[in-house]
Design a binder for this molecule. Structure first.
Ligand code: COA
Length: 174
């Protein structure tokens, strides 16, 4: 399948909410959030803001039949770690294993470098072997275990914190 990576536009909101609901409904529970994703209206407002922002980007992978993947990246809001951005990633079930996740991560790194970000991080649930393998393959390292970091209803979840340094200088930091 031919895939194009591009920035999301406000009119993608409905499909992006649908994709998140599909992935969030998978019984394995890959996402920290469940199927109750934000409304299309809230998503549209978020995308409208992202288009103009140097701090947030939403990238989509688009195939012949529409959007099949989404990556969000957001810079940390406080000055001492505004060089860090957090990533969220999902690919439609039927389209996995074809390099779409890898392509979205590469595009996010490109955007992050352009925005002066030197470290990207993410949280992944410990049972998500596919995602962890992908992140390690493209250079993310485990930085720790966040205990009871997410909650769905009354249930708390641990999450693995992973990160990638985008420049050599950052690797040498004290
Ligand atoms: C994680 C996810 C985004 C990967 O997207 P993708 O398009 O399939 O990714 P790619 O095709 O680029 O890479 C797939 C990689 O996953 C890993 N992988 C896939 N299935 C695996 C399995 N059963 N066990 C271990 N690793 C596996 C491999 O590293 C594989 O790379 P390889 O084919 O080169 O060996 C996708 O599986 C997904 O959306 N999952 C549900 C939502 C999710 O977990 N999001 C991440 C939350 S942190």
């Amino acid at each position: 399948m031919n895939i194009r990576i591009r920035h999301a536009r406000p009119r993608d909101a409905r499909r992006l909410v649908e994709l998140a609901r599909e992935v969030g409904s998978e019984p394995e529970g890959w996402l920290a959030t469940d199927a109750r994703w934000q409304s299309s209206g809230a998503e549209r407002a978020h995308l409208r803001a992202a288009v103009r922002s140097r701090h947030v980007a939403v990238l989509v992978a688009e195939g012949e039949h529409g959007i099949v993947g989404r990556l969000s990246i957001a810079r940390r809001p406080h000055a001492p770690n505004s060089h860090v951005a957090e990533i969220g990633l999902m690919v439609a079930l039927a389209e996995r294993g074809q390099g779409i996740g890898t392509a979205l991560l590469a595009a996010a790194e490109h955007w992050a470098r352009g925005a002066g970000i030197v470290k990207v991080e993410l949280h992944v649930l410990p049972h998500n072997a596919a995602a962890i393998a992908l992140y390690e393959r493209v250079g993310y390292e485990r930085e720790g275990l966040r205990r009871r970091h997410f909650r769905r209803g009354d249930v708390y979840f641990d999450a693995i914190l992973m990160a990638k340094q985008l420049d050599e200088l950052a690797r040498k930091s004290v």
